[in-house]
Design a protein around this ligand. Structure first.
Ligand code: NDP
Ligand code: 2IT
Length: 449
């Protein structure tokens, strides 16, 4: 198994995030590999760490002043053993092949856990939507799709949103796809409600992460009622995490963006969350404004000289990292434990470093890894694909009921697998083993392809 890590490191020495994601899986699935020599014989792991296909392309576009810009576009088609490639698109200046391979790799396992027939993929661009006008974003999306359309399709590869890609971007991308292919199909998820989107898709990741936390707490006879919760991020996942926490009687006290965070000891209530949604989704402003509008809240700008994030250093019961990868390091994890946090549910992908995860597990924290805890988003994307195929749309209640059921199932599957493979209560081992077995068996069935 160390050979796999060596292989991955030697092949792409600079892809640190990808190595990290592979390391977590390889460490977790040792008990499965020991019981199943057939997976080793068929080199399943070696095949899983190599994407089936990587597409990289130039994305030229023109800004409102007539200046030409060139960005890089990507789609990593990681694994199609159990269904068409499925996963989001990320537009952020930090995007590179390492980050997209880590995200695509995690997506394969996450999608397997949802019980829906979806393979794994991820894509995006180093384009930075911040400060761009709607027309600039539209031209960028159109240019991006002008290449991507050749590689995707409702039965081939179905992208969706992620950081920097929300309803606006999906609209522009869909419009261009439809024009190029002359086809109205469910090629993207996260679509608008009146053109094939699903109710609850915008809410799904955040709601799902809170449902997962509720399931974890229930194993200790606890509920979210009255729990003080730290949330990072202020985007799609953070907003709907906050909404569901309020609904369930918890008390969220923080939100953040890449410039800083706010701490509101009185709790973020419905009215304050409405302010945040308007600030972030309509005006596209900064979270700092929250403390200007609600002066009892404290705004703390990011201090690059610190080796920890002060957001994670407040008295609380639960934490919902919902911004980005590696936002909780060992020091942050120790702060969370010292402050009384008993439950961490990851809305973001890989927000905790390996050191942080070890600290959570050593301190008996209920730790819901992203692959399991944030699978609600892609699960409802899967339900959007189903509705598109049926040419129907389900009610809000119907989709929410299915989401809740799927999150319960993922929780149960992870717990049962953790028990079966000798690590009771360890969701990392449980989720990775259960997902790995499902994908590995499909790969064995389909031969050496
Ligand atoms: P959004 O773009 O809506 O929001 C992202 C938020 O995180 C913003 O507040 C952003 O701040 C902050 N953020 C992003 N990058 C950084 C960074 N490098 N440092 C500090 N803050 C950062 O994205 P989502 O809410 O959709 O995604 C959040 C996380 O959830 C990601 O890890 C994503 O992969 C994961 N996820 C998303 C799903 C979905 O359905 N959307 C599904 C499953 C997981 P700023 O505006 O300043 O950049
Ligand atoms: O990381 C993720 O699961 C997502 N960004 C959602 C992917 C999807 O296809 O809905």
């Amino acid at each position: 198994m160390n050979d796999i890590l060596e292989l991955v490191r030697a092949r792409d020495p600079e892809q640190k995030e990808f190595h990290q994601a592979v390391y977590e899986v390889v460490e977790s699935i040792k008990p499965v590999l020991e019981q199943h020599p057939e997976y080793r014989q068929a080199k399943i792991l070696e095949r899983m760490v190599e994407p089936e296909r990587v597409i990289m392309f130039r994305v030229p576009w023109m800004d409102d002043e007539g200046q030409v810009h060139v960005n890089r576009g990507y789609r990593v088609e990681m694994n199609s053993a159990i269904g068409p490639y499925k996963g989001g698109l990320r537009f952020h200046p930090s995007v590179n092949l390492s980050i997209l391979k880590f995200l695509a790799f995690e997506q394969v396992f996450k999608n397997a856990l949802t019980t829906l027939p979806m393979g794994g993929g991820k894509g995006g661009s180093d384009f930075d939507p911040k400060g761009k006008t709607d027309t600039e974003v539209m031209r960028f999306c159109q240019s991006f799709m002008m290449e991507l359309y050749r590689h995707i399709g409702p039965n081939t590869d179905v992208p969706a949103g992620d950081i920097g890609v929300g309803a606006r971007e999906i609209g522009y991308l869909f419009g261009m796809y439809k024009r190029l292919r002359n086809e109205f199909t469910g090629v993207l998820t996260g679509k608008g409600l009146n053109w094939g989107g699903s109710l609850i898709r915008p809410e799904a990741t955040g709601y799902g992460s809170v449902y997962f936390a509720a399931e974890m707490l229930a194993t200790r006879g606890e509920t979210l009622e009255g729990k003080v919760c730290l949330i990072s991020g202020a985007g799609n996942v953070a907003q709907y995490t906050c909404e569901k926490l309020i609904e369930m009687g918890a008390k969220p006290v923080t939100l953040s963006d890449s410039n800083g965070y706010i701490y509101d000891e009185e709790g973020i209530d419905r009215e304050k969350l409405d302010f945040v949604m308007e600030l972030k989704n309509v005006r596209r402003g900064r979270i700092r404004e929250y403390a200007e509008r609600y002066p009892q809240a404290v705004y703390t700008p990011v201090d690059p000289s610190l080796d920890y994030n002060p957001l994670w250093n407040h008295k609380a019961d639960c934490a919902f990292p919902s911004a980005t990868q590696n936002e909780i390091n060992g020091k942050d994890a120790q702060h969370l434990v010292n402050n009384g946090v008993i439950c961490v549910s990851e809305g973001a992908n890989m927000p905790s470093t390996p050191e942080a995860i070890d600290i959570f597990l050593d301190n008996n924290v209920l730790y819901g890894l992203g692959k399991a805890a944030n699978a609600g988003g892609v699960a409802v994307s899967g339900l959007e694909m189903t509705q598109n195929s049926l040419r129907l749309s389900w009610s809000r209640e119907e989709v929410d009921r299915r989401l809740r059921e799927i999150m319960k199932n993922i929780h149960r599957t992870a717990l049962e697998a953790a028990e079966r493979y000798g690590h009771p209560g360890n969701y990392v081992v449980g989720a990775n083993c259960a997902a790995f077995v499902k994908v590995a068996d499909a790969m064995l069935d389909q031969g050496l392809v």
